[in-house]
Design a protein around this ligand. Structure first.
Ligand SMILES: NC(=O)c1ccc[n+]([C@@H]2O[C@H](COP(=O)([O-])OP(=O)(O)OC[C@H]3O[C@@H](n4cnc5c(N)ncnc54)[C@H](OP(=O)(O)O)[C@@H]3O)[C@@H](O)[C@H]2O)c1
Length: 254
């Protein structure tokens, strides 16, 4: 089985790589920081292929796919995980930064799936995994562009599932709430300290999420929501909106 993981150099992607090493998959790791991926690949004796690509550059989003398939065979599972987050006041955010976020978090995964799924359709098998965010279900004040990107990705992902099913392709949509990674640490630090926010959104662990994602791929589950208490946000959207509008702390200035 050939699994491609974007954003494999850190956090959830790094945990996904370890999870699939443990499942003896051949893994293509994609990110900018090659030295981190090299260190990670040394942990396993399974086949790996490293791709240094900047997904904020449209020309680098799919240019490496042929070489990855030559190295490890046709892609069975594509995990669109790479992402960036901006927690900043809407009007303080330079629009060029917002455009870059939309490129990495929304356009790159759509372009990569659009490219890779054609081969999957020809083979009548394959899985697309889109790592969206609870921000798609419960958009958070202070993250307008991130909410927009993750909402867009989740919307495409959820609807693609039925569209691609007759072709033998499965789609898993992943909604992480807070999960301990460098992104989560930086995101939390951008808000003023708030006990309510900590109590309402305790963070989960990346290796646990990685196991749930790999299980969902295997069992053809539709979506993963983790930490589990975040599933309440999906079932009680009006209450969640009220809690977010009331308890989201202020973004620190700057
Ligand atoms: N942690 C959370 O609480 C949380 C919650 C909801 C959703 N998520 C989502 O989960 C995914 C993983 O996040 P994480 O928490 O693991 O964050 P992280 O530790 O910051 O990792 C982000 C990964 O994305 C890669 N990446 C960022 N910009 C890139 C670019 N221009 N080109 C290629 N790769 C790029 C990074 O690699 P390089 O820097 O080496 O390129 C890194 O491997 C993201 O999509 C994020 O939005 C996370």
């Amino acid at each position: 089985m050939h699994v491609v993981i974007t954003g494999a150099s850190s956090g959830i992607g790094e945990a996904l790589a370890r999870e699939y090493f443990g499942r003896r998959a051949a893994v293509t790791l994609v990110a900018r920081r090659r030295e981190l991926m090299e260190k990670l690949a040394k942990e396993t004796d399974t086949k790996t292929h490293l791709v240094t690509a900047d997904l904020s550059d449209p020309s680098q989003v799919t240019s490496w796919v042929d070489a990855a398939e030559s190295a490890l065979g046709p892609i069975d599972v594509l995990i669109n995980n790479a992402g960036v987050q901006i927690v900043r006041a809407f009007t303080d955010t330079p629009f060029e930064d917002a455009e870059k976020l939309l490129q990495v978090d929304l356009l790159a995964p759509l372009k990569l799936s659009h490219h890779v799924v054609k081969g999957m359709i020809a083979r009548k098998s394959g899985t697309l995994v889109d790592v969206s965010s609870m921000a798609a279900i419960a958009p958070t004040p202070g993250m307008a562009f991130y909410n927009a990107a993750k909402g867009g990705l989740a919307a495409a992902s959820e609807a693609l599932r039925a569209e691609l099913k007759p072709h033998g392709i499965h789609v898993v949509t992943v909604y992480p709430g807070p999960v301990k990674t460098p992104m989560e640490t930086a995101g939390r630090a951008a808000y003023e300290e708030s006990l309510a926010a900590r109590l309402l959104a305790p963070p989960g662990e990346a290796p646990v999420l990685a196991r749930l994602v790999a299980d969902a791929v295997e069992q053809k589950d539709e979506r993963v929501i983790y930490p589990h208490m975040n599933a309440l946000g999906r079932h009680f959207p009006a209450l969640t909106r009220m809690l977010l509008d009331t308890f989201t702390p202020k973004v620190k200035p700057g």
